[in-house]
Design a protein around this ligand. Structure first.
Ligand code: NAD
Length: 316
């Protein structure tokens, strides 16, 4: 048996939101990036990190107030960053086309698309068995999670091919896209579909120098996860879209819910040391896939889950 030496940190001190652990700075200098679902959660952490690393970033979201506030706070003269906001419902082809076209006309080209917008749907409804499958909810989730990613790939690839840009297209899948039993039925189907789209698009776009990858996070205590946790444990019936709805949370305020969600995720992770998965950990993965350091990586699904999916079936 190998015994760890004392005083060796079990895992590196990561997870401070919005900081980069990398010794390299400005890894995206001069690049133009779009982050869908960039107004909050994983998208917001990625917008911040991409901007720190010198990219000009366009936030695309349907939460206009949040998105505009983030863009203006990051674009303040002291921040020395260029971050803009475009309203875009990723399930609308007109919106996605407008997003890509307006980015190219403002900044000259597009280097990075992070297809990150996604919805979980109503957790309470989806606690139902497959024999109670909700076709309406299925269509709603597929429209955002799969159609949205497909449309993003289509219009980003067109813009990159037209300009001869060696671009990087990244999408957020999930551990629910890797194995079953990690989320509601429709969400799981949608995230498996994102992994499939990624592999196919990577096959085809490599010849243009465009890399296509996805990231599969485990649980991060974003509004989506916290609301899901609340509705599962307190049966409030809320979903990720009604952030202000406190139904079911009872005496728990949002901070308590975040802590409870993180505690739950930590208890499942297969990493010693009580590591909490943060949105910034996913942003770091996106930074790697967006930067030239991953220039030989395409068609890959980068799982960021503290070993959960691989260790679930371990027999030793
Ligand atoms: P979140 O709900 O906090 O943020 C999602 C963002 O997407 C929000 O700003 C929302 O307004 C935006 N959005 C939703 N529908 C949209 C649409 N039609 N068009 C444009 N924007 C839209 O959630 P998050 O946890 O940050 O999720 C980001 C991505 O990560 C999602 O694809 C999600 O499925 C995935 N993911 C999250 C977790 C997790 O534990 N948080 C785990 C695995 C995968």
């Amino acid at each position: 048996q190998v015994v760890p030496e004392k005083n060796i940190p079990v895992i590196p001190a990561m997870g401070k939101d919005n900081t980069s652990s990398s010794p390299f700075t400005k890894r995206l200098e001069g690049k133009i990036a779009i982050v869908t679902g960039g107004a909050r959660g994983i998208g917001e952490a990625t917008v911040r990190l991409f901007a720190i690393h010198g990219a000009k970033v366009v936030i695309a979201d349907v939460e206009d107030v949040l998105g505009l506030a983030l863009a203006s706070s990051l674009s303040s003269p002291s921040a020395q960053a260029v971050v803009t906001y475009v309203h875009c419902d990723v399930s609308s082809e007109d919106d996605v086309e407008n997003l890509i076209d307006s980015t190219v006309s403002e900044f000259g080209r597009l280097d990075i698309l992070f297809n990150n917008a996604g919805i979980l749907g109503s957790q309470t409804k989806h606690k139902k068995s497959i024999v109670d499958f909700d076709a309406v909810e299925f269509d709603r989730i597929m429209r955002v999670n799969v159609r949205g990613v497909g449309l993003g790939m289509k219009h980003a690839a067109r813009a990159m091919i037209r300009r001869g840009t060696a671009g990087s297209i990244i999408s957020t899948a999930s551990v629910a896209g890797v194995m079953g039993g990690m989320g509601p039925h429709s969400y799981t189907a949608s995230k498996h579909a994102i992994v499939g789209l990624t592999k196919n698009a990577a096959c085809e776009l490599g010849k243009y120098g465009i890399r296509v990858n996805c990231i599969s996070p485990f649980g991060v205590a974003t509004p989506m996860m916290v609301n899901a946790w609340r509705s599962t444990h307190y049966d409030g019936g809320g979903d990720e879209e009604d952030e202000d709805d406190d139904g079911g949370a009872g005496i728990f305020n949002r901070q308590v819910l975040v802590e409870k969600t993180e505690e739950f995720v930590r208890s499942l992770a297969n990493l010693k040391g009580g590591a909490t998965l943060k949105a910034s950990d996913i942003a770091e993965a996106a930074l790697y896939l967006a930067s030239d350091e991953s220039r030989y990586v395409s068609g890959h699904n980068l799982v960021v889950d503290g070993g959960v999916t691989t260790s679930r079936n371990c027999i030793n």
